[in-house]
Design a binder for this molecule. Sequence first.
Ligand SMILES: Cc1cc2nc3c(=O)[nH]c(=O)nc-3n(C[C@H](O)[C@H](O)[C@H](O)COP(=O)(O)OP(=O)(O)OC[C@H]3O[C@@H](n4cnc5c(N)ncnc54)[C@H](O)[C@@H]3O)c2cc1C
Ligand SMILES: *[C@@H]1O[C@H](CO)[C@@H](O)[C@H](O)[C@H]1NC(C)=O
Ligand SMILES: *[C@@H]1O[C@H](CO)[C@@H](O)[C@H](O)[C@H]1NC(C)=O
Ligand SMILES: *[C@@H]1O[C@H](CO)[C@@H](O)[C@H](O)[C@H]1NC(C)=O
Ligand SMILES: *[C@@H]1O[C@H](CO)[C@@H](O)[C@H](O)[C@H]1NC(C)=O
Ligand SMILES: *[C@@H]1O[C@H](CO)[C@@H](O)[C@H](O)[C@H]1NC(C)=O
Ligand SMILES: *[C@@H]1O[C@H](CO)[C@@H](O)[C@H](O)[C@H]1NC(C)=O
Ligand SMILES: *[C@@H]1O[C@H](CO)[C@@H](O)[C@H](O)[C@H]1NC(C)=O
Ligand SMILES: *[C@@H]1O[C@H](CO)[C@@H](O)[C@H](O)[C@H]1NC(C)=O
Ligand SMILES: *[C@@H]1O[C@H](CO)[C@@H](O)[C@H](O)[C@H]1NC(C)=O
Ligand SMILES: *[C@@H]1O[C@H](CO)[C@@H](O)[C@H](O)[C@H]1NC(C)=O
Length: 629
Amino acid sequence: MLFSALALAVLSVASQSAYAINFPYENIQLTEGDVANNSDIAFGTLPPIGNGRKCKTFPGDDNWPSDTRWRAFNASLGGALVKGIPPAAACYDGPYLNEGGCTTVRARQNSSRFASDDPTIPFGLWQLDNPCPVPAVGSLPPISACNLTSLPQYVVNVTTAKHVQLAVNFARNNNIRLTIKNTGHDFLGRNTGGGALQVWVHPLKTFEYIPSIQVGNYTGKAARVGAGIMTYEMFDLMAKYNITVPCAGGATVSSIGGWMQGGGFSILTSKIGLMSDQILSLEVVTADGKFVHADPFENAELFWALRGGGPSNYGIVTSALIKVHDAFSISTSSINFQTGQGTAASPQVSNETFWAGISIYFSHLVRITDARGIGWNYIRTAAPTANSSRTFTWISTVVLNDISAADAKAFVAPLIADLNAIGINLTNPEPTWFPTYAQQGFRPNPDESVSNGRFGSRLIPRKALVDPKSKDFLAATRAIRSFVEDGGYMWHSVDFTPTLEKAGYPGRIAAVNPHLRDAIMHSTGFDTASYGPETTIAQKIASHDRLNEYLDKLRVATPGSGAYMNEADPDEPNPQESFYGSNYAKLKAFKAETDPWGVFYAVTAVGSEDWVVEGTRGLTTQQGRLCRI
Ligand SMILES: Cc1cc2nc3c(=O)[nH]c(=O)nc-3n(C[C@H](O)[C@H](O)[C@H](O)COP(=O)(O)OP(=O)(O)OC[C@H]3O[C@@H](n4cnc5c(N)ncnc54)[C@H](O)[C@@H]3O)c2cc1C
Ligand SMILES: *[C@@H]1O[C@H](CO)[C@@H](O)[C@H](O)[C@H]1NC(C)=O
Ligand SMILES: *[C@@H]1O[C@H](CO)[C@@H](O)[C@H](O)[C@H]1NC(C)=O
Ligand SMILES: *[C@@H]1O[C@H](CO)[C@@H](O)[C@H](O)[C@H]1NC(C)=O
Ligand SMILES: *[C@@H]1O[C@H](CO)[C@@H](O)[C@H](O)[C@H]1NC(C)=O
Ligand SMILES: *[C@@H]1O[C@H](CO)[C@@H](O)[C@H](O)[C@H]1NC(C)=O
Ligand SMILES: *[C@@H]1O[C@H](CO)[C@@H](O)[C@H](O)[C@H]1NC(C)=O
Ligand SMILES: *[C@@H]1O[C@H](CO)[C@@H](O)[C@H](O)[C@H]1NC(C)=O
Ligand SMILES: *[C@@H]1O[C@H](CO)[C@@H](O)[C@H](O)[C@H]1NC(C)=O
Ligand SMILES: *[C@@H]1O[C@H](CO)[C@@H](O)[C@H](O)[C@H]1NC(C)=O
Ligand SMILES: *[C@@H]1O[C@H](CO)[C@@H](O)[C@H](O)[C@H]1NC(C)=O
């Protein structure tokens, strides 16, 4: 059962010392006695002895651990070591050939749950240079065509804190690349690497509701959340306890993994801040292999860094204590229009009216987010055909919370009136109203597809959208228009204001990207080209260059802003400034001090500029050997 640990007694604690209580799986820890006679799994000591070697040890190297030592490592793990074999290997002629397995992978290769339930593969395979593509039906390539070296070699199937500690120690002591997979959804490839030992935290599903707790200046409801809990599971828990916890838009994103550690926006962000703002304490395995507690008073700098300063960087989180809010209602109003054949709910307008309508929507974002609501929207475009010129479609939702349907409708009315005034023939839609966030987020089938494509993003600062006549407003809207109209790409934004005021205590003091704090719009531009195995490297490079040309227009239009690290291009120019802003120097110093071994590397992560993945072919990918520059 998923939430078997719910059988735990529900705690009601009011004293500060009580919040360091672990889940049972965290009480199983690695001891000095366990490591006494085994240098493979010894703890790290600071400062480290000698300089780190230039490159991580890669499969096939002389000093790659022997099978005997891997077996001993597996024994210390109680048998939790899994060989890193991608499911598609079942479709290749060789030791993993398996007809049933191959049928499954063919049917489910684009499923988010298939990816998150597999110990080895990340969702996006271009990040590993598409090492083991699903072969065409009827073909049976040799297993040598499935490049197993490009994937993590072994995976620790984590069910205890001790498993995580053993993995960190074994990887560090043997100079092997370490990767952390939770759901595997990361778009940048921060969750995977060729030749790595992978820590798979997905099985940590425990949840505990705490009706009342005090942590520093916070007094109220809380919950303790295991690292592997995903959005759809959290919505079920919210319904069960009649509570609210922010969640990602994707049903199978993890709650306190990469999403939280990079910030984590939701439809509640303008009301209660980011996911990283909800954290009261964290249980963490650090680069030296120690299992530690971090909160505003103990390991405060680690606590600061882990909340917004980037995942896979300072430690492996096994659980978090988070704030929990009362249940409240959610109201959504859909506002759509297009230049193609219209309908009453999505009327047809001219090109110029279309773009004017979008500017009107943008001009209402300050009002919407000041009311603690958000915008969620897409501009889609269809290429010209023999019978029709290029068409554009605007699909948007205004999401308000803690409001009646009638009040929500009245709130949206001025926006509809402004759209009507320029000739967009829309009636104010009846809001779709949910009594609780749990009901709004409930997914009977949480499976969803995530593609093997690329995109880039930019944060539009709030100040740029305050005055629709300002040059900043015009520059931002012009760049977005060009991305879609000239680039022919799809564009998407989520519009919210995660200010320090919304962050509250202890969120206000965290390593969240200051550019995100100042933003009103997370603007994302999607490539239409495939980065799959059927395209050549030259095609991939050309596609990315073209995408980047249009992303640059957004960057130029918003000088001094940055991008949201969790939904971004791994080839983002100057990722240190874009993703971390003024926190970068402090984060880098903390990282250097606590992880001089470079145990935690991830593309675009703090200190990643000191490393390079060898054997990549023109784009940032993760399949090769990791080396210091
Ligand atoms: C369908 C979909 C919808 C999304 N919607 C949103 C959204 O609404 N809002 C938003 O902000 N983002 C959203 N995202 C982006 C999301 O924030 C990132 O994809 C994020 O990296 C996912 O984290 P994960 O832990 O689920 O995935 P993974 O790929 O498993 O991990 C991501 C990163 O976190 C690290 N990591 C994971 N767990 C831990 C841990 N316990 N300790 C230390 N490091 C860890 C990994 O090593 C990796 O670097 C969405 C993504 C998808 C695919
Ligand atoms: C470690 O080795 C010493 C000496 O050989 C031995 O006395 C001790 O029992 C060993 N400890 C463990 C945990 O195996
Ligand atoms: C680890 O040990 C378990 C239990 O003995 C075994 O099932 C598993 O195959 C082993 N893993 C590897 C990679 O050999
Ligand atoms: C999965 O996606 C690939 C690439 O887009 C596509 O070719 C394939 O048909 C999809 N498979 C399924 C089962 O949807
Ligand atoms: C991971 O471990 C759990 C618990 O021991 C087990 O049920 C599951 O089958 C394992 N998964 C894999 C992929 O080995
Ligand atoms: C807690 O609140 C008090 C009173 O507002 C304030 O003085 C103190 O600095 C706060 N503590 C923290 C850790 O924020
Ligand atoms: C859920 O919580 C809300 C807000 O506290 C409250 O108004 C409502 O009555 C509760 N519902 C149930 C079924 O307990
Ligand atoms: C506006 O739309 C309504 C409903 O679709 C339609 O009845 C009406 O004729 C339209 N008005 C104009 C001016 O197009
Ligand atoms: C496009 O026009 C051609 C010629 O008039 C016609 O045969 C075809 O059916 C049209 N296609 C569509 C999608 O309308
Ligand atoms: C609308 O703009 C697109 C892109 O610039 C152009 O291809 C199309 O012809 C225009 N449509 C009309 C009806 O003018
Ligand atoms: C397999 O991947 C590794 C690591 O990326 C690379 O060094 C090797 O050349 C690849 N082998 C083949 C046959 O492509």
